[in-house]
Design a protein around this ligand. Structure first.
Ligand code: EPZ
Length: 431
């Protein structure tokens, strides 16, 4: 991706459906005996991977514009091939739904990912309590449950989003009631509960730390609209703020950004909040933000840490970040340094000393949100920024460069030839 900066973003942007809601909803559709219609599904590579998993299991899936139609009536296989498991870590969330429907499942360990080791111990411990027998051998999980899963009290040592979703999917049609304590409270959890209840499940308390799921014999399909992607919204706001622009976001759920908007306010942005629109105007120069701690919802989301850090690299002072959710979520800061940012990382703490300006350079996206941070910084940098590793971006952002070019950015994708790549490698190796 080539960005010729600096360029202010001015105009209107529509926020697409949430990746982190679409994925568990696709897993949930495995539980439904009749057709599921999911509206506002974003075109993302992670969503395509989830669709491929459904098809591998024998489901029929069709896309009509932003709508996915899923028919799981002919579900047969319980195995997710290693390639698909490795492609997307969060495929583990299919486990609960598969064993609930088929009584067995075989999938490979999802493996680590760019954010450091991503264990699944909380998922497995919870499902074992519900009666799932899991043997781990040669990197594979072999799972069976004699009869049906059994509902029971479960408490998570950490409010894991994925583990909460796995338990909800395993408990929806289990025998008896499951009381899940210390559950994740993210909006995506509420969206999943709404979907399951529309399909005939009995889920209550979603959005709080205790969720009660009374098992029902089976679920029918439903029609459901995926909530807007709050991280895409935060990324658009960071891009507008970093570039000194003014944007109006459409299809945004402002309530999902409760602890994100105060950060933009402290940075000096003016904002107007309407039900599903949000207006932001950047100040001449951004102010630093004293301390941003990432926390489970409703705290500041870890996924917004990178784009907001990129924006605050231009503030007139130092901002402090504390990353409490993932071990290794500052990899992208090394790439921001190449653009002239001044960032010091010590373990979970990072300090971004604001600089007056950034200057374009060639950089590599290390992961999804780190890639978004490089785009945010590239928009504000003087000169050309070349960003490679776009497959990371495509996992979570649909049509990013189209959205930004329609609001004033000089941004486009370029096919680079093997020679260019070799030159790039040689150039990088001389540093
Ligand atoms: C979900 O990941 C999101 N992904 C992540 O978004 C997001 O960053 C994360 O929640 C936190 O909000 C999807 O929803 C597909 P967790 P998930 O289980 O479920 C530890 C993005 O950029 N943990 O809440 O994997 C784990 O190591 C992605 O869109 C265990 O120790 O997150 C991490 O440190 C990145 N054992 C912490 O909990 C477990 O069994 C949070 O993980 C599970 C998790």
């Amino acid at each position: 991706m080539r960005i010729d900066g600096p360029c202010k973003l001015n105009g209107e942007l529509r926020v697409h459906g949430a990746k982190n809601s679409t994925l568990p909803l696709l897993a949930a559709s495995l539980l439904c005996k009749t057709e599921v219609v999911l509206h506002n599904c974003p075109r993302l590579s992670d969503v395509e991977t989830a669709v491929r998993i459904l098809k591998t299991l024998g489901c029929r899936v069709k896309r009509e514009e932003e709508t996915l139609l899923i028919d799981s009536s002919s579900l047969q296989g319980g195995e997710i091939p290693e390639t698909l498991m490795r492609e997307m870590r969060s495929s583990i969330v299919f486990l609960g739904a598969i064993v609930s429907r088929l009584g067995k499942a075989r999938l490979s360990f999802p493996g680590g990912c760019e954010l450091g080791p991503r264990p699944i111990d909380l998922h497995l411990a919870a499902l074992r309590r519900m009666g799932l027998q899991i043997t781990e051998d040669h990197g594979c999980l072999d799972c069976t449950v004699p009869g049906r899963l059994t509902g029971c009290p479960i408490s998570l040592s950490f409010p894991s989003v994925g583990a909460t979703e796995n338990v909800m999917l395993a408990a929806a049609c289990a025998k008896g009631t499951t009381v899940l304590s210390n559950a994740a409270r993210e909006p995506e959890i509420v969206d999943l509960a709404d979907f399951l209840n529309a399909c005939g499940a009995h889920v209550s308390g979603a959005g709080g730390s205790e969720i009660v799921i009374e098992g029902v014999p089976s679920l029918h399909g439903c029609e459901h609209r995926v909530i807007p992607d709050r991280i895409v919204a935060a990324t658009y706001l960071a891009a507008a703020a970093a570039s000194g622009g003014e944007v109006l976001l459409h299809d945004v759920e402002c309530a999902h950004l409760r602890l994100v908007l105060p950060v933009f306010e402290e940075a000096g942005c003016s904002m107007k909040v309407m039900q599903n629109q949000l207006w932001l105007c950047a100040p001449e120069r951004l102010r630093p933000v004293k301390c941003i701690r990432t926390l489970p919802y409703p705290g500041f989301p870890t996924d917004a840490q990178a784009p907001v850090m990129a924006m605050l690299c231009l503030a007139d002072g130092a901002s402090v970040f504390v990353e409490n959710i993932f071990e290794n979520r500052y990899k992208y800061t090394g790439e921001l340094l190449r653009l002239g940012a001044r960032i010091k990382v010590e373990g979970r703490v990072a300090v971004a000393e604001g600089v007056k300006s950034l200057s374009g350079a060639s950089v590599q996206a290390p992961d999804l949100r780190g890639g978004a941070a490089l785009v945010v910084a590239g928009l504000a940098s003087e000169g050309t920024t070349l960003i490679s590793g776009l497959h990371h971006l495509d996992r979570g952002y649909e049509g990013l460069e189209k959205a930004f070019s329609e609001t004033g950015a000089r941004i486009q994708r370029e096919k680079i030839t093997l020679e260019d790549r070799k030159e790039e490698k040689d150039a990088a190796s001389t540093f």
